[in-house]
Design a protein around this ligand. Sequence first.
Ligand code: NAD
Length: 258
Amino acid sequence: MQGLLEGKNILIMGVANKRSIAWGIAQSAHRAGARLIFTYQGERLEANVRELVATLPRQDSLLLPCDVTKDEEIDAVFARIRDEVGVLHGVAHCIAYAKTEELEGEFVNTSRDGYHLAQDVSVYSLVAVARAARPLMTEGGSIVTLTYLGGERVVKNYNVMGVAKAALEMAVRYLANDLGPDGIRVNAISAGPIRTLAAKGIRGFNEILKTIEEKAPLRRTTDQSEVGDTALFLFSDLSRGITGEVIHVDSGYHILGY
Ligand code: NAD
């Protein structure tokens, strides 16, 4: 897979620490030759991301702050990319957020504020980022976001985030239709559960992992590198005919009806 992304510039949004799915994607893309641009959510995470990026074999990455709830920060990121990198070929959107109290109990108790926040950070951000990336993707492009089975079926405690993921998957289809004529593809990876910072907020997460190990066709959970390599495929020309798709990378768990 070495060289598949040679000469491509890829934006990685959502690295928080070494367990982040975004970091798995970054490692796969870097190994395949891409130049990476990272965004991190505020100063609190900057040191973490700098430390991780320093471990990459080639030191050609650009690091920029971006809180996706702030339009001016999104604008600033893409202005810097335009000035310093020029053409953008890919975006990994690995960002989601819901308040911890919305990720337990009954979905019917979701607050208006909690609903809006989950949709804003986890869904609208993809729309805003795709719009900002479009003028920089002059050689065609590939945008990849991350979703979960809880957006298709009811998964205990996933609640407001499940509804956000359903909206995200539909946003992928509308964006794919809008940007397709510009040669820009938009797809989602539906990852199996992985122990990350975001996953810690979901009550009963350990039980979910155990069920996957017992029942998924591959009888094991998913790891970051499997998602990373699928993103690499989606960024590369190997996937040039695929857009508006949701690819499950979950050891096959989603096919089960029991
Ligand atoms: P993570 O905690 O490592 O990453 C989530 C990222 O979202 C963090 O880097 C955080 O800084 C960022 N973020 C949150 N609010 C933000 C904001 N306002 N502005 C900018 N960034 C913000 O966890 P992860 O599991 O790697 O999550 C990445 C994506 O993968 C999410 O969309 C998540 O829903 C999805 N996903 C995770 C799993 C899993 O089991 N871990 C499964 C399927 C899908």
